[in-house]
Design a protein around this ligand. Sequence first.
Ligand code: MEV
Length: 434
Amino acid sequence: MNIFVNGFSKKNKLQKIDWIINNHFQSNKKAKKILFDYLNDDLSIQNLHDEFIENAISNFYLPFAVAPNFLINGKYYTIPMAIEESSVVAAASKAAKFWANLGGFKTKILGVEKVGQIHFFYNGSFRKLESFFKKIRKSLIIDLKPITSNMEKRGGGISSLELIDMNKKINHYYQIFVKFDTVDSMGANFINSCLEKITEIFKFYVEEKKFLNDDNEKIDFIMSILSNYTPNCVARASVSCKVEDLEKNNELKNTKFVESFINAVKISKVDPFRAVTHNKGIMNGIDSVVIATGNDFRSVEASIHAYASRKGSYSGLSNAYIVDDSFYFDLTIPISIGTVGGLTKLHPLVNWAHNLLGYPNARELMQITAAAGLAQNFAAIKSLVTTGIQKGHMKMHLINILNQLGAGRKQKNEAIEHFKTKIVTYKKREGISK
Ligand code: MEV
């Protein structure tokens, strides 16, 4: 159906729902009920959710789970995960327990630098622009104090402000490239406010100091925005153990296990088709923690995939190797997330997730998230090179299939029992009572 609507956002929630149901569902009562079924009876929670975004008409649930037994730098964590995919949490928990028995995850922060850019065009000489920028640079930073002083009190702020000549890429193109430390906040609002203010102040000095000689000389400011690519805001997670410990502990008691595991990682380094799936497995762990802790998974995804391409072609993010008789497995990821601001206090379940983790600071949460990514990658490769992925995956997916088929509790129990020793497919339903 092809319907245009004016003033939709001005309608109240019930009017919006009615408009949608009448125009897109032919007044279907069932369609309306589904929207209402997902509304929260507690109005304080519902109103909060309604106000997060424009045109909210219901809530969209994801399962919220925990993966216990994550031993990270000697401390146990129970990690919150929000994800719809069967088997991800089970795999993370299994990997966490496995590594807890072998010393756990070691993690560290390699950097916390965030980036913002002001993109502009100038048709005069670079030398003139450069010397003007040098003259006003200090004043720019001082004039920005009303915005940066609170962040500075918390130990952050602007760490560098540079003019970059981008003429080689596009004629007359320049950037003001700003580096930030946003401490425990992800920092998007802070960075964007700073950038817009810098642009405003820059324009003011251009006028005041009569920078442009004549009508032919022009500066066009195009945009001022943070970069979600944060190659210097990075966490690393690693695990290691004796090779023999891994070989006796995999499902198949396979002495070739470590060799196959390392080869699987090697393949992800050279083949983008495999690398994307390899990294997708890592993102299963990372995204679910990022979502559960109220962070922006789109920015984390975008940054991590750009990082995976930083050497010129897309490649797997983890490394696996042997030194002497020890196996090493590690993951380094750019991850710009926060533990203050955004949804962290506002969303009760998100706040609960931070509470569960002991209210970590941003550095700690970055490391927890990297460990979850590494655990997920370990679990995936371990399954892939031994039993295959479908065994564990379909065991969890079986419940989804049974729910889709409308199975009752008794049927579900029978099916779970039946498929303990058999491969799950839609067709093989012979052991299930009607
Ligand atoms: C499934 O969500 C993730 C895996 O495909 C990852 C991988 O292949 O490494 C199992």
